[in-house]
Write a protein that binds this ligand. Structure first.
Ligand code: PAP
Length: 357
């Protein structure tokens, strides 16, 4: 069962089902799943990186579980006006941002020498909406998390309900993107570990080809980024668009931007006392990846009934440019060309587009 820290009490939060005793009846669940499977059977399918197949649903590739989650979010998730969603394509910095956002929003509650992030991984303080909505059958209830509630999602902007995304809703989004070449390398490492042992492994060349063709969970990568980018241009007060590379280069500058956007700007006094630097240090790759709880000491994130991912899998190298160790010149040029062509005219500069245009 998923547990989340409840900042007010520093206690573990056990999600409860909605509606009183509140189980959606088993028959109802079965009917829901039958309808889902009938709908999925009509969708284009392709090779999955973790599971055997992924399906193209509303323009994006997704596993059955993720599509189910999208439907459940639309049907049952009730956003609150103060909610803040962290959104990203896979492997673009979610773990890092989870830690930074949680530490920043709750900085009055915890002191840095005895911080919950030191005892538990970033995954345990921040529900992953895409799958946690249904992990605790029937539907997880997040109603009693304190405001602002923080949720993470990998879903594309257009895959989320308008109750979350429409300009009329006051929910905020923090989006983090990353050079697609580094996202690809990171994702291939991660997914091959998660891939069912009953399936043949997925080679790097195969993953590369699929990625370039847009075929990977939550892909196409470029459509994902552009969806949030365009929305951030239209409603900058609603969506903050960050880049992993900028955060690596100037973490304090980016963190101050993030804090102000979330409605919790650092005061002058906090800045003088070094609070910004404390948070950056607490959430750094070096610090988090060396904690016992993130080295395999029991912490983990449940994605489906069968798939539990240990905290250590969310920390690999934490570097910009690791793609150089994997991509040939030809491969690099192919991804860069796609990026340049896809981002043309958008005003977004990402990864290699900076140097190649
Ligand atoms: P997710 O999509 O499964 O949630 P996510 O956290 O977005 O994963 O990405 C993991 C990447 O962020 C890994 O990159 P790498 O494979 O290139 O190394 C991971 O190492 C990196 N990462 C995790 N925590 C941090 C951190 N605190 N600072 C910088 N990078 C980090």
């Amino acid at each position: 069962m998923a547990t989340y820290l409840l900042p007010d009490h520093d206690a573990c939060y056990n999600p409860k089902p909605i509606n009183g005793d509140n189980q959606i009846q088993t028959e109802e669940q079965e009917a829901y799943d039958q309808k889902l499977d009938a709908m999925i059977a009509t969708l284009p399918k392709n090779k999955g990186w973790r599971s055997q197949y992924i399906f193209r649903y509303k323009g994006f590739w997704a596993s059955r579980e993720v599509i189910r989650g999208q439907l459940l979010i639309g049907d049952h998730f009730h956003p609150q006006p103060t909610d803040i969603f962290l959104a990203a394509f896979m492997k673009c910095g979610t773990t890092w941002l989870k830690a930074l956002m949680f530490a920043t929003v709750n900085r009055q509650r915890y002191n840095f020498s005895d911080h919950p992030l030191l005892r538990t991984g970033p995954q345990s303080v921040f529900p992953f909406l895409d799958t946690h909505i249904f992990l605790d059958h029937p539907i997880t209830n997040f109603d009693h998390l304190p405001a602002p509630r923080l949720f993470a999602t990998h879903n594309a902007h257009s895959s989320l309900p308008t109750s979350m995304t429409s300009p009329a809703s006051t929910c905020k989004f923090v989006y983090v993107c990353r050079d697609p070449k580094d996202a690809l390398i990171s994702k291939w490492h991660f997914m091959r570990k998660l891939r069912s042992k009953e399936l043949p492994p997925i080679s790097f060349n195969e993953a590369f080809e699929l990625f370039c063709n847009g075929v990977s969970e939550y892909g196409p990568f470029w459509d994902h980024v552009l969806g949030y980018w365009k929305a951030s241009q239209e409603s900058p007060e609603k969506i903050l668009f960050l880049k992993y590379e900028d955060m690596k280069r100037e973490p304090t500058v980016e963190l101050k931007k993030l804090a102000a956007f979330m409605g919790t700007p650092f005061t002058e006094e906090e800045e003088k006392k070094g609070v910004v630097e404390e948070i950056v240090k607490l959430c750094s790759f070096e610090n988090l990846s060396n904690l016992e709880v993130n080295k395999g000491g029991g912490g983990g994130q449940k994605f489906t009934a069968k798939v539990v991912v240990e905290n250590r899998e969310f920390f690999r190298k934490g570097k910009v440019g690791d793609w150089e160790n994997y991509l040939t010149e030809e491969m690099k040029n192919r991804i860069d060309t796609i990026t340049i062509n896809r981002l043309k005219g958008s005003g977004l500069i990402m990864g290699a587009t900076k140097t190649l245009i």
